[in-house]
Design a protein around this ligand. Structure first.
Ligand code: PHE
Length: 447
């Protein structure tokens, strides 16, 4: 069944870059600041950090260890460990969800690519083309979504070490560098400090707001790429010698760190835009969020900056495109790994077939944007991902034999028995995570 010579990451560094690449994406740089602005500023940040550590990290570790132990893609991995066909469904549901995420994600990411191309058009004097590129009509959305898809396909078809790992090792350091340069620059703009103040000011009345809890849980799952198989599959490509708990920490810290720092980029940038005359509040007096934030408020800030604005816009949207690409690679890989493991189809062809199916779904969403986009985003991120997370912790905590995952960790960490993690992780999987996820779930459905 499983193919005999599975590809592997060539180093722990490569693995961390790929997994952090999957985690750090539009969810961090765009989703997180937007959610923060909508949900009581720093109150949301605090709840998010708590959930990321208490629920996100234990689930991430479960995915890494299940992956490495079975060396299989999700449906087979769950089936093998659980000893029953019914567990296959958890993995399959994850792959369906990740395919849907890939489809809507590529549409937003295509927008990032468009705005990255726009300043180049302006510099070349092609103003008409530049205007069309960012017109966000159905045709331009379709074109740029397809371009983004092609990049994802090209990288994933190269394989794990020669595609995903190679490009993650190039892209992630570049992304960190661009990110820091931009944050430092934005914080020097007039009005930016007011934004930083608003970001840091918690509205504690909102901490127990059901909407805040649902959003923070959804955000934690989405941002750490959990439940849908991408992290499990990356785990299945790591060496037995790797110290998984440490690598998992690094990935979690990168993810949370980038999200928090992104708040210092986006919210201050909005206030800087406001001090230059751009409207940053909607009709209800709330900060503008969602697509209008990225595709209207920020571009208008860049426009009003004068000549340097073109350069800043270029850097910002390059950053967003790279962040999106290292995430979409892991989404596609989750499904491609399954096809490659289960069939005789060579990787390249498997990538194009699989990608083709999700591209068609993306096309359907592009052409029915109003009706479908919001619906699939909510269904996948607020319902399917936390539900799958719940299924995974129950599976890891209650269904599989007690020491399988702990013994798996021991391979790369002979000393692990002495650690605090070793003692509390099983309790988290068995009790703490299921209870926290369930509580948030129940209030999502207003029980
Ligand atoms: N973590 C990615 C982000 O924050 C999104 C993602 C979700 C990636 C699910 C893979 C799987 O943008």
């Amino acid at each position: 069944m499983a193919s005999s010579s599975r590809d592997e990451f060539s180093s722990s560094f490569g693995f961390v870059m790929a997994a952090a690449g999957s985690a750090v994406g539009l969810g961090n740089i765009w989703g997180f600041p937007t959610q923060t602005a909508e949900n009581g500023g720093a109150a949301f940040v605090l709840v998010y950090i708590l959930l990321a550590f208490l629920v996100g990290y234990p689930v991430l570790m479960a995915e890494f260890t299940i992956g490495r132990h079975t060396r299989m893609a999700p449906p087979d991995a769950y089936k093998k460990l659980g000893g029953g066909q019914s567990y296959f469904i958890i993995g399959l549901l994850g792959l369906v969800t990740v395919g849907i995420i890939l489809s809507f994600y590529s549409i937003i990411a295509g927008g990032m690519v468009a705005y990255f191309v726009e300043p180049i058009g302006r510099i070349l004097g092609l103003d008409g083309v530049a205007d069309w590129v960012v017109s966000q009509n159905t045709t331009s959305n379709f074109v740029f979504m397809t371009i983004f898809f092609l990049f994802t396909l090209l990288i994933v078809s190269g394989g794990v070490s020669k595609g995903i790992e190679k490009w993650s090792k190039r892209f992630m350091p570049l992304l960190f560098m661009l990110f820091i340069v931009l944050v430092v620059y934005v914080l020097t703009l007039d009005g930016a400090m007011e934004g930083a103040r608003v970001y840091l000011l918690p509205d504690f009345d909102k901490v127990f707001d059901p909407q805040l809890l649902t959003s923070a849980m959804g955000q934690a799952f989405f941002s750490l790429s959990l439940g849908v198989g991408g992290m499990l599959v990356y785990g299945s490509y790591t060496s037995d010698k790797a110290n998984l708990t440490r690598l998992g920490w690094l990935v979690t810290l990168c993810d949370i760190g980038v999200a928090i720092i992104a708040g210092f980029l986006i919210i201050p940038a909005m206030y800087a835009a406001s001090s230059l005359g751009t409207e940053i509040f909607d009709a209800n007096g709330a900060l503008i969020s969602g697509p209008n934030l990225i595709f209207q408020v920020l571009p208008s800030l860049f426009d009003s900056m004068g000549p340097i604005g073109v350069f800043v816009a270029f850097v910002f949207f390059l950053l967003m495109s790279i962040a999106a690409l290292t995430s979409s690679m892991s989404m596609l890989e989750a499904v491609v790994a399954y096809v490659v493991d289960r069939t005789q189809v060579p990787r390249k062809r498997a990538t194009w077939y699989t990608g083709g199916v999700f591209w068609v779904i993306a096309v359907v969403i592009v052409f029915n944007y109003e009706a479908l986009f919001g619906l699939v985003v909510t269904a996948a991120t607020e319902y399917a991902q936390p539900f799958l997370g719940l299924a995974i912790v129950v599976f890891a905590g209650w269904i599989i034999r007690k020491n399988v995952l702990l013994n798996e960790l021991k391979k790369g960490q002979p000393e692990i028995e002495k650690t605090f993690f070793y003692k509390i992780w099983p309790i988290f999987l068995k009790v703490v995570c299921p209870i926290l996820i369930l509580l948030v779930f129940l209030q999502t459905f207003n029980f």
